[in-house]
Write a protein that binds this ligand. Structure first.
Ligand SMILES: [Zn+2]
Length: 86
């Protein structure tokens, strides 16, 4: 049975800020309590998470999207390796 398609974006979440905080990318960006923010979980044992304001979050997601389509294009465009003896 085929498994579920593995999600590679496990570390991303959008949720309202539990309390007012600053954007991780730019301290001048204030995130108000209850305001939606992009939360990026850090990989590894020292797991924490960083919160980004909507503006920065949007830019980061756009960049991720660009990167994903780049990978998609590369994957689709790659020629299969020639098997020895074939
Ligand atoms: Zn920001």
């Amino acid at each position: 049975m085929p498994g579920r398609t593995r999600s590679v974006l496990l570390g991303l979440e959008v949720k309202p800020a539990g309390k007012a905080c600053n954007c991780k990318r730019n301290k001048a960006h204030r995130i108000l309590k209850g305001e939606a923010r992009l939360v990026v979980k850090n990989a590894g044992p020292a797991s924490g998470e960083n919160g980004y304001c909507a503006t920065c979050g949007e830019a980061m997601l756009a960049e991720a999207q660009r990167r994903l389509s780049e990978l998609m294009t590369t994957l689709r465009g790659s020629t299969p390796p020639v098997k020895p003896g074939a």
